[in-house]
Design a protein around this ligand. Structure first.
Ligand code: GAP
Length: 525
């Protein structure tokens, strides 16, 4: 959560080694590498293969590509937008529609600037940066130190933390940068001074670290002065907190209950990269679940189990998921505890979703800053309660990437190889492709087009006659289409079509009149 959480995704081992060891330039290209997890493994697929498949087949394109692209922003193409919509829909279905204790919300991206003062983002949502006085490059101060420990002492971030916890428990509980500076003293027997570090690019002198706020700033109205500043929301959560009373009073929900929201968030990330894993504009799927204080830990556990199960329900293999509890120095300023659901991405184990116990921090802050009552009135006891909040906060882009990676398989067949995306049936962008065996035979084309049009009324279906049947099967497998339905010469006589299953590749002959209903039943099974 927040910037400390980013430390676990610092890709230490793959940074180029320079004066300070591994480092990351603010203006540099996306970092490739793995997370603080040191374990080596061979992913089923590497990120380049996924990026290339996404571009080739229209899942994801680089934003503004014809102008050379814009740093770490991505556009979802025809298949990508379907896939991501299905991911968001699967989430909404599980956390809102299937539950009696949850409702939805769609709040504005631009909010009153006081919201971000109250939430602590103006003060705390920062990364420490140092500048080179010579070449003017900018670096994350903590990344420089972590790279230094890796290079000079062969210590990972986890090793450093263990050392500081053993020798200076006070420093271990301090902020991350303070903890790293204290580690320097423990390991070298002298105090840390930025003035003695050199720029990893040009060996020039570095400035002291300064906090850089990750929120994008803009102006509301025609005058660009301080009074007109508004922020692009860095999390959707605050839209939920400020609407807590509106929602509770209009729905008459009793504690415990939750509010869910899907929407864009913006962060001026210093180290974006690894495709859609870390970007500056992304979509979140967030839940704020309001509970009676004292029941928060029990609900935290329930939501952790619930959210992990959701990824498996929609097809992620259990062995590619794990839970990781945050160390105290990683916790966001509002959190009492946090557990990440991590996925084994090609870049290593990395956060998919954070499930935090936000206590009553946000509602209390908004009550103080707005002067409004943010409590819940308990009719039974006539008590005003400031609820505690459990927050399962997932990324729609990161989840979509995980579903893509997990679905990917290269299968060796008898004569050739096929790439197949084994998407869960609810997530597959195209459910059925109707293929005419002979595209120059108008009667066959007509039956196929009519069938595709009819299927489209019930689920996503397409007509495709752009290649031989073998090629079309491979192309549909590669984008995860569940069924290929072939209309052939025989169909004109017996009114039957061949349905081929993506995963088993088994084919069956089915009456045209019943094929749509059969596939619909299978989708809903
Ligand atoms: N409201 C809490 C919150 O925003 P977070 O851990 O900072 O917590 C939640 O973000 C989720 O949002 C992450 O688990 C991740 O899936 C997604 N996310 C955060 N920053 C992101 C980024 N720069 N690019 C893509 N996804 C991001």
């Amino acid at each position: 959560m927040f910037l400390q959480a980013f430390l676990c995704i610092c890709f230490l081992s793959c940074w180029p080694l320079a004066t300070l060891g591994g480092y990351n330039r603010v203006s540099g290209s996306p970092i490739q590498g793995k997370t603080c997890e040191r374990e080596m493994y061979s992913p089923v697929v590497d990120m380049e293969t996924i990026v290339s498949l996404c571009k080739r087949r229209g899942f994801i394109f680089q934003s503004s590509e014809i102008y050379g692209g814009l740093g770490s922003t991505w556009d979802y193409g025809p298949l990508g937008v379907e896939l991501k919509r299905n991911v968001k829909e699967a989430w909404w279905q599980a956390v809102v529609r299937e539950r009696d204790d949850m409702v939805g919300l769609d709040a504005a991206i631009l909010m009153h600037p006081d919201v971000w003062e109250a939430s602590g983002h103006v003060t705390n949502f920062t990364d420490p940066l140092v500048d080179c006085k010579n070449c003017k490059q900018r670096f994350r101060a903590d990344h420089l130190l972590e790279g230094y420990f890796q290079k000079e002492h062969s210590l990972s971030l986890d090793d450093v933390k263990v050392k500081v916890a053993a020798e200076n428990p006070g420093a271990a509980a301090a902020g991350h940068l303070e903890m790293l500076q204290s580690a320097f003293k423990i390991l070298n027997g002298r105090s840390f001074e930025w003035g003695k570090f050199k720029c990893p690019e040009c060996e020039g002198p570095l400035t002291e670290p300064r906090n850089f706020n990750l929120m994008f700033k803009t102006f509301m109205g025609p005058v660009e002065d301080a009074a007109a500043i508004v922020w692009m929301r860095p999390e959707t959560a605050q839209g939920i907190f400020v609407n807590f009373r509106n929602v509770q009073q209009t729905t008459r929900k009793k504690l415990p209950f939750g509010i869910a929201q899907v929407g864009k968030a913006f962060r001026n990330e210093i180290t974006p990269g690894n495709f859609t894993f870390r970007t500056r504009e992304f979509e979140q799927m967030e839940i704020e679940y309001f509970v009676i204080p004292g029941t928060d830990e029990e609900w935290h556990k329930k939501w952790i189990a619930e959210r992990r199960a959701w990824y498996e329900r929609f097809g992620i293999k259990g062995e590619n998921l794990r839970l990781r509890e945050h160390d105290p120095d990683e916790l966001a300023h509002y959190a009492k505890g946090c557990v990440d659901v991590e996925y084994k991405f090609p870049i290593g184990w990395s956060e998919l979703e954070g499930i935090a116990n936000r206590t009553d921090y946000d509602l209390t802050q908004h009550a103080t800053h707005s002067g409004r009552n943010m409590c819940y009135f308990d009719d039974a006891t006539s008590e005003e309660i400031m609820p505690y909040v459990i927050e399962p906060s997932a990324g729609a882009d990161r989840s979509t990437l995980a579903f893509l990676v997990d679905a990917y398989e290269e299968e060796q067949l008898e004569k050739d190889k096929r790439v197949v995306l084994h998407f869960h049936r609810q997530l597959a962008p195209i459910k059925a492709a109707v293929l005419p065996l002979a595209r120059n035979k108008p009667e066959i084309v007509e039956v196929a087009r009519k069938l595709a049009a009819d299927m489209r009324l019930s689920f996503s279906a397409m007509y495709d006659d752009t290649g031989s049947i073998g090629k079309l099967y491979r192309r549909q497998d590669e984008v995860g289409t569940l069924w290929c339905v072939t209309v052939d010469h025989q169909s004109l006589e017996d009114n039957m079509v061949t349905v081929r299953d993506r995963d088993t590749m088994r084919q069956e002959r089915v009456p045209i009149a019943g094929v749509k209903q059969m596939l619909k039943d299978r989708l809903e099974a």
